[in-house]
Design a binder for this molecule. Structure first.
Ligand SMILES: Cc1ncc(C[n+]2csc(CCOP(=O)(O)OP(=O)(O)O)c2C)c(N)n1
Length: 350
């Protein structure tokens, strides 16, 4: 069920460069449970898109099935969207992105949607380095179907009505690194100060950008014995460092201690500052990122922040050398090279 919000908004809401308020980036009222981590992530997406002054019509919201995949209904009401089949969002996103490279593809998925039924699709969209932001709302359970353990549930973790999970969990950030992801981050739904700049940086990245966001399920998986509960994550949380995002054209005034800060210019000319980085992490080195993830896994702590960034990322369009224009913008002249060229191609094949 979706609800409509009243149109009235405070007249002094701040406007972005496009003249839009944050309310212009919202959607319908959420029908998720009160306190659901997914709603906080929705709020972070709204804030990031508003602060980046992204035109809502330049964004395509992609999702599969689950409570998480319902959330695009609650944000960016003026954007394009496709709520696809369980675990199949990556192939729908691939088709859309190949047809129109000019949109920002903002995908959301659940841990079941990604790490169980959609695992094959997830692996291949990473391998192809599709230019998209892929946010996993990771609650360690199948929320929509009443809280069964998922593949990201940690060993020994127990949901409200379940026994302790006997299986090793899949670490989506580690898996993404192994599959060759070019941007890997993790965050916590309760930490918007960390999550919002990560979403902005992911949007500026050209290639596949994963943000695995721990998002407690208040109804089925927020118990004292769950490792995806608010309490556990707050107490076992270690950040790689903090991230600032500086959009193109903005003056850079930040001044951090040398050696602790990395400044990265993104493809679109914007800048991210990674500062106060963990001394053990080189965020541009896959092995270093994998080692630190593994170390925290053994310690039982949740490593958040930007974990890995490949500055030389080449997205699927670059690799395949596709046309620079969206397909619906191609004219007959673009599509037909002309008789002379066709003759020479034919001759070269004889
Ligand atoms: C092909 C198919 N299989 C099973 C289902 C039933 N189903 C719907 S949502 C869901 C799991 C959702 O869990 P998750 O992706 O973690 O999202 P959450 O609801 O926790 O946000 C399942 C198994 C389905 N809709 N389609």
């Amino acid at each position: 069920m979706s609800y409509h919000k009243p149109d009235f908004r405070h007249p002094d809401l701040s406007k972005n460069e496009l003249g839009y308020t944050r309310a212009d980036y919202e959607g319908a009222i959420s029908s998720l449970c009160a306190g659901c981590g997914h709603d906080s992530i929705s709020g972070a997406i709204v804030r990031a898109c508003h602060e980046l002054s992204l035109p809502p019509h330049s964004i395509a919201k992609m999702s599969g099935i689950g409570c998480s995949s319902k959330t695009p209904n609650y944000w960016l009401g003026g954007s394009h969207g496709f709520n696809s089949v369980h675990g199949r969002m990556p192939s729908v996103a691939t088709g859309a992105a190949m047809a129109n490279r000019d949109l920002l593809y903002l995908g959301v998925s659940g841990d079941g949607d990604t790490a169980s039924i959609g695992m094959g699709q997830f692996a291949h969209v990473i391998r192809r380095n599709l230019n998209m932001v892929y946010i996993v709302m990771n609650n360690g359970c199948y929320g929509l179907t009443k809280g069964q353990d998922s593949a990201t549930s940690d060993e020994g973790s127990a949901s409200k009505k379940g026994d302790p999970n006997p299986f090793e969990s899949i670490d989506l950030a580690g898996l993404a690194l192994q599959m060759g992801a070019t941007f890997v981050a993790r965050s916590f739904s309760g930490d918007k100060d960390q999550l919002v700049p990560l979403i902005k940086a992911a949007a500026a990245h050209r290639g596949f950008a994963l943000i695995d966001v721990i998002s407690p399920c208040v109804t089925f998986n927020n118990t004292g014995s769950s490792t995806k509960s608010y309490e556990f994550v707050r107490e076992h949380h270690a950040a790689t460092g903090t991230v600032d995002f500086i959009p193109l054209k903005s003056e850079i005034t930040a001044n951090y201690r040398p050696g602790f800060t990395h400044e990265v210019t993104m493809h679109d000319g914007s800048t991210i500052h990674l500062h106060k980085m963990d001394e053990e992490l080189d965020p541009f080195d896959r092995i270093s990122a994998q080692d630190l993830l593994e170390k925290h896994r053994r310690l039982g702590s949740v490593l958040t922040g930007l974990i890995y960034l490949n500055k030389e990322s080449r997205d699927l369009h670059e690799v395949l050398e596709t046309t620079k224009k969206p397909l619906n913008g191609l004219s007959a002249e673009d599509l037909c090279p002309g008789n002379k060229l066709l003759q020479s191609i034919n001759a070269s094949l004889r």
